[in-house]
Design a protein around this ligand. Structure first.
Ligand code: 13P
Length: 264
């Protein structure tokens, strides 16, 4: 089995003023200085990104959303070139909160991924089922639809771009975030998460081939904490975490990342 470099990203969602973000990073950056075997990033509000990317270069910076058009009449959106111009590495795409509250679809998710990969930037595409979908046993169908519709919209030509030029850091990352585990304190068990990740990797293999399926990283998200990170990260198909609540305090998130990066 190919070993994949882990990727931990904190998703701050709509939290932190510029002052709070700066104070976080002043504590967080030195605390993660010793972690060399994993990628570490934060997904912050667009308001915060320009000054943070300049001041804290050891952290990979992500937007929480990004539009597919180069420019134009898209009120409230941000483009890849705007993000790139301030050294942002990439963006989350189709987080479940945007699917539920902002009308994000699999089609628009695919368009956003295509724009990011086309610009040579990282995309973290979020997928995951609701509690009703899990309880009714339809979760694999839901994941399959989310993946196939987004990838159809992305266009197959982007699949070489998805791997990027750095063998350890493919540009595309998938994030499995079951909606029922987000912000609920009820994380998926490591067995449930591994089963879903293996399903996603199987879909990648079937549709995009063995190399893509072995190299792309799949993060788990949903109530990841210092207490469960070890066990989740020890699973063979879990290649990192997308962390909400537990990424808001610098010391806690630094500990979580340090611990998670050690798990094999
Ligand atoms: P929590 O870690 O707060 O459950 O949030 C997960 C999430 O939505 C990360 O994108």
């Amino acid at each position: 089995m190919m070993s994949r470099r882990k990727i931990f990203v904190g998703n701050w969602k709509m939290n932190k003023t510029p002052q709070e973000a700066q104070a976080f990073c002043e504590a967080f950056a030195p605390a993660i200085g010793g972690v060399s075997n994993a990628d570490i990033g934060l997904a912050a509000s667009n308001l915060l990104l320009p000054s943070l990317t300049t001041r804290f270069r050891g952290i990979q910076w992500f937007a929480q959303n990004c539009h597919w058009a180069a420019s134009g009449a898209f009120t409230g959106e941000v483009s890849t070139s705007m993000l790139k111009s301030v050294d942002v590495s990439g963006s989350l795409v189709a987080h479940s909160e945007r699917r539920q509250m902002c009308g994000e679809t699999n089609l628009s998710a695919g368009q956003r991924v295509a724009a990011l990969l086309g610009a040579g930037m990282q995309a973290i595409l979020c997928v995951g089922e609701t509690l009703t979908e899990r309880d009714s046993g339809r979760w694999t169908d839901v994941l399959k639809t989310q993946l196939s519709e987004a990838f159809e919209a992305t266009g197959i030509k982007h699949w070489t771009a998805a791997l990027g030029s750095d063998p350890e850091r493919p540009l595309l990352t998938l994030a499995y975030e079951p909606v029922w585990a987000i912000g609920t304190g009820r994380a998926a068990t490591s067995a449930q998460a591994q089963e879903a990740h293996a399903f996603i990797r199987g879909w990648l293999k079937e549709n995009l081939g063995t190399e893509v399926s072995q190299r792309l990283r799949i993060q788990y998200g949903g109530s990841v904490t210092l207490q469960n990170v070890d066990e989740l990260m020890s699973m063979p198909d879990i290649d990192g975490a997308l962390v909400g609540g537990a990424s808001l305090k610098a010391e806690d998130f630094a500990q979580l990342v340090t611990r998670g990066a050690k798990s094999v």
